[in-house]
Design a protein around this ligand. Sequence first.
Ligand code: PGA
Length: 313
Amino acid sequence: MMTMSFTNTTTTSASSSQLASSQRITMRGGQASNNLVKMRAQHAFARENRRHASSLVVCAGTGKFVVGGNWKCNGTKDSIDKLCASLNSGKITADVEVICAPPMVYIDRVQSKLKAPYQIAAQNCWVSKGGAFTGEVSAEMLKDANIPWVILGHSERRSLCGETNEFVGLKTKYALDTGVKVVACIGESLAQREAGDTLNVCFAQLKAIVDCVTEKDWENIIIAYEPVWAIGTGKVATPDQAQEVHAGVRKWMSENVSPDVASKVRIQYGGSVNAGNCDELATKPDIDGFLVGGASLDGEAFVKICNSAAHSK
Ligand code: PGA
C-alpha cells in the first residue's frame, strides 16, 4: 500500500482572526499514477486560489470525510438483510468514516450483520435519563447497546415532533455526557431561504447547541447541514449553494466557539445526495461528508457516495 500526502497550509486574514486552512490529498493504492497526483495537486492549487478570492471561505475542514446513511422509518427484516449484504459486498476504497442509522427496532440485527468500516447510529434519543417516557429510548440504552452515534435535531423531528432548538441543544449535551457521539442537524425551510434567512436560521440552531456544550464536546459532534427543501425532494442544493452555507457555518463556529473547533468540526451536507451528484459536491472545501436519506437504502449507490470522499480536498 502506498500513501501520498500533500499538505498545503495557508494563513488567510479573516474578519477578526487569523485562521489556518489546510488541504490534504491522500491517495492509497499502488496504482496511483504520477499524472493523477499532478492533476490533483493542480486542483488543490486552483481551489486554494478560489478560496483567496471568496470572502465567504475562511477555512476548510481538516476532519476525515464522513458519510451517514439515514434509513429513517423504512425497511423490513428482509429488505434490511439485503441492504446489509449489499453494503458488505461493496468496496469502500476511499479514506472515509461511514455511519448507518437503521430504524431502532432493527439496530441489533444490523449491528450483527454490517462489517467494518460501517458504524451504527440511532436516529434519535431522549433528552435525559430514561424512565416514564413511553416510546422513547435513552442515551444510556444506546450506550449499553454499543451504539456509538445518534442523529439529533433532524428536520423531520423538528417539524413533525415539535423539537425546538433548545430541546435539541439539551439532547445533544445529554447524549455526549452519556458517551454517545452526535450528528446534529441544522437547516432552513424553503420559506426561510426565500426570505434570505438561511444563515440566521442555521446560526440560531447552532447557538442552542453551543449554549449547552463545552468546547471539548465538539470533538464528538458532526454538524449536518440539511436544507429542508432539499430533503427527499430530489432538489439538491447546488455545490456552490451548499459551500456558501458550510463556509458561513464554519466562520460562525470560528467566531462563536473557536478557530480550532471550526477547522476541525466536520460539516456534512444532506438533501437529495445521490450517486450522480456526490462527486461534485465532495470537491467543495467546506463539505466534509454527507448525510444521505433515500439513496442510503440502495447499497450500491451508498457505497458510491462513500467513495466520493476520494474527490474531497
Ligand atoms: P434525502 O434525506 O437524502 O432522502 O434527501 C436526507 C436526510 O433527511 O437526512
